[in-house]
Every structure is written in C-alpha cells, then in structure tokens.
Design a protein. Structure first.
Length: 97
C-alpha cells in the first residue's frame, strides 16, 4: 500500500523511509539557502535559525540514541548472564533429582 503520492516519486515505500527521504530533501534545501545567505554576508536569517535548530535536534537525537544503545547493551548483558545462570541452576537441580 503506497504511503506517499506518486508525484513525489515514491510508489510503494514504507512510511518511515518516505518520511526520512522527505526530511533529507528538506534539510538539503535549507542548507542550500543558508549557504547562499552566508555567502551574501547577511545577518542570521529565520531560515538559518531553523537550520541551527534542526542541527541541534539532530545532535541531541544522536546523543540520546547513543545513550539508549549503551543502556540497552548493559540490560542485554544482564539478561544473558541471568539466563545462563538460571540454565546452569536448572541443570544442577535436575542432576540432583
């Protein structure tokens, strides 16, 4: 089931991939506009402010993702260790029975 209009060139892509492509395109347009503004020696424009906000959001999102990955790795290690310990305990209990 298509999630985006064929006018955008997406005939049958997943919702997240279409959204991701659209956001990348939008970001490229904003970055292009910012480069033109900086080259002209202008003060900070509203578009540049939006670009800065988006860049800050990206940085914050990447930091949060990394923190979640670290936390998940620790939790996964705990689960693996607990599972191994429980299996060993079950095996020992079965041998004594």
């Amino acid at each position: 089931k298509p999630s985006a209009s064929p006018a955008f060139g997406f005939s049958s892509c997943g919702r997240n991939s279409c959204h991701h492509l659209a956001m990348k395109s939008f970001a490229r347009v904003l970055v292009g506009a910012a480069v033109v503004g900086f080259a002209a020696g202008e003060t900070v424009t509203p578009v540049q402010k939006v670009i800065q906000l988006l860049q800050n959001m990206l940085t914050k999102g990447q930091e949060e993702k990394h923190a979640e990955q670290v936390q998940f790795a620790a939790f996964k290690q705990f689960c693996d260790d607990t599972s191994t310990e429980k299996k060993r305990s079950i095996k020992e209990a079965e041998e004594t029975i």
